[in-house]
Design a protein around this ligand. Structure first.
Ligand code: NAP
Length: 253
């Protein structure tokens, strides 16, 4: 049974961090949201928060780098919520290391989740977008796309996502589908908390240190990124496509 007549969004990696904030924001904007992550139980707090605020959400499980799981998750979203026409490719992992210590597994895992994952998700969802002649694809890139020590795998994936975004904009524009990338700078999440730990410091100390170099003198919050996604996913953003918008508290590039 179809539950929704609203726009339906799929947000990957939505159990926490930037993905969770984005799912909550798109739901507050009036969309029904598929909260997609590796584990259904971890999605529940986000789904409950959306439902508690009067919105509509569904937990869906998939490893975005697995074709069969992606296709099953997208089909389930369409069956329960309706055809998905907003896709936020946000799921991500880090396997940081200097190049000479980086393993093939470190490389394949990061490229697999960020790039192959975005490819598989987008290929599955574009069918619904082109049928509806309306769609919004938002890929979460990073300032690391411009190069970052210890992140050869991650910077390659995030730069790759930008090329992918521009090509999607060119191919899908005639179907009313836009594709854009958001490039966050330093945002306080579990991902950056783990990075701080790996560097032998705390997230608070790292935040304080990095904030001195950021023009607006603060770290980003997941809601800062969700706000940009909300704009790009909106009805009125149909003439913005193929762009990379950095949300990093200052200019990049
Ligand atoms: P996070 O807190 O680590 O959240 C990432 C989420 O993605 C987690 O719930 C994780 O699930 C999920 N995930 C990982 N692999 C997956 C897979 N194969 N399939 C489905 N879900 C998967 O990270 P975040 O900081 O919010 O980052 C979100 C996105 O923003 C990422 O693409 C990241 O690269 C990008 N970004 C972050 C920053 C930053 O400073 N935080 C800056 C620039 C860009 P598990 O918990 O089960 O692993």
């Amino acid at each position: 049974m179809l539950l929704s007549a609203r726009r339906v969004a799929v947000v990957t990696g939505a159990a926490r961090g930037i993905g969770a904030a984005t799912a909550l924001r798109l739901a507050a904007d009036g969309m029904a949201v598929a909260v997609l992550d590796l584990d259904e139980a971890s999605c529940k707090p986000v789904v409950d928060a959306i439902a508690g605020a009067g919105g509509q959400a569904l937990a869906v499980t998939a490893d975005v780098s697995d074709r069969a799981q992606v296709e099953a998750a997208v089909s389930r979203t369409a069956e329960v919520l309706g055809p998905p026409t907003v896709l936020v490719n946000n799921a991500g992992v880090l396997r940081d290391n200097l190049l000479f210590k980086m393993t093939e597994d470190d490389w394949d895992t990061v490229l697999g989740v960020h790039l192959r994952g975005a490819f598989l998700m987008t290929r599955a969802v574009q069918t619904y977008m082109t049928q509806q002649t309306w769609g919004r694809i938002i890929n979460v890139s990073s300032t690391s796309a411009l190069g970052n020590r210890g992140q050869a795998n991650y910077s390659a994936a995030k730069a790759g996502l930008q090329g992918f975004t521009k090509t999607l904009a060119i191919e899908l524009g005639k179907f009313g589908v836009t594709a854009n990338a958001v490039g966050p700078g330093f945002v306080v999440t579990e991902m950056t908390r783990r990075t701080a730990e790996r560097l032998g410091t705390t997230i608070d100390a790292l935040e304080q240190h990095l904030s001195q170099e950021i023009p607006v003198r603060r770290a980003g919050r997941p809601e800062d990124i969700a706000h940009v996604v909300s704009f790009l996913a909106g009805e009125d953003a149909g003439y913005v496509s193929g762009q990379v918008i950095y949300a990093a508290g200052g200019p990049q590039g």
